[in-house]
Design a protein around this ligand. Structure first.
Ligand code: HEC
Ligand code: HEC
Length: 213
């Protein structure tokens, strides 16, 4: 399957993009399949040790952080990945100079401000958001363990100089984070909702922001 997508010539992708652009964003977009539920903060109340509780809460939140909707944009290299199987982006994109993509082929060439449905195609939609861009290299998550992602996220030298409070706000309110639960037809959502996810991050911070081993 990945190979078939990879074999699709650039011209075809661009043609498809052009068609989708002319259709424009749709109203009343069909809901994408949910990713199941996320445990609530109260589910961790029985863990008496605060540090252990903090780690367990981050573990649960990591079901979102490691979901393809998030880490396709937080790749190990400067190239985004796509789909549930995280195959290399088609066409190949290398965002070495700028998170907005290479000059002449920036993300917004194809990614609009909204998801765009594609009628009559195996690819059901092109994801979109006004701030669509690749996460900086210091925020790469693919290939890391959950403990390593946790350390990265709270390290101010790698997380965009965010305080713990900034992290709670970012996960709860950021548009790219929120997009994951409205990813457009043909893509699954991470578990839970942005609200339940942000509540877990808030509880993780309040219990000392401990990282799993
Ligand atoms: C030439 C057009 C084009 C350009 C330029 C482009 N993309 Fe894409 N991108 C697409 C298409 C089309 C898809 C949908 C593919 C699919 O669903 O099979 C996609 C999907 C993605 C996905 C996968 C979403 C998911 O979770 O499945 C990510 C992440 C992504 N693009 C990031 C980027 C970033 C970041 C940039 C700029 C650095 C960029 N793209 C530039 C066309 C493009
Ligand atoms: C379309 C690409 C894209 C998607 C999808 C995306 N992110 Fe990001 N993410 C970024 C970019 C770009 C930044 C850098 C923004 C900044 O520093 O202002 C970032 C930064 C972050 C940060 C800042 C702290 C750090 O060190 O990483 C967190 C946390 C984060 N994203 C979480 C998520 C989560 C959770 C999801 C999925 C629910 C997600 N992101 C989906 C592009 C994306």
């Amino acid at each position: 399957m990945a190979n078939r997508i990879l074999a699709m010539p650039l011209a075809a992708v661009l043609a498809v993009t052009a068609i989708a652009t002319s259709i424009g964003p749709s109203e009343g977009y069909a809901e994408t399949p949910g990713g199941g539920s996320l445990k609530a903060v109260s589910d961790f109340a029985a863990i008496a040790d605060t540090g252990a509780r903090s780690k367990a809460i981050f573990d649960e939140a990591s079901r979102v952080l490691t979901h393809p909707r998030c880490i396709n944009c937080h790749p190990a290299t400067r190239s985004p990945t796509q789909g549930e199987d995280m195959h290399p982006h088609v066409p190949f994109i290398h965002a070495s100079q700028s998170s907005l993509g290479p000059a002449g082929l920036v993300c917004s060439t194809c990614h609009g401000a909204e998801n765009r449905p594609i009628l009559g195609s195996r690819m059901k939609s092109i994801p979109g958001n006004a701030h669509w861009s690749l996460a900086p290299a210091s925020m790469a998550w693919q290939g890391l363990t959950v403990g390593e992602i946790c350390q990265q996220v709270k390290d101010t030298s790698r997380n965009g100089n965010r305080s713990h409070a900034d992290l709670v706000r970012h996960m709860g309110e950021d548009h790219l984070v929120g997009w994951a639960w409205h990813p457009g037809e043909g893509r699954t959502q991470p578990p839970g909702s942005q609200e339940t996810f942000a509540a877990l991050i808030d509880a993780w911070v309040k219990t000392g922001a401990e990282c799993p081993d």
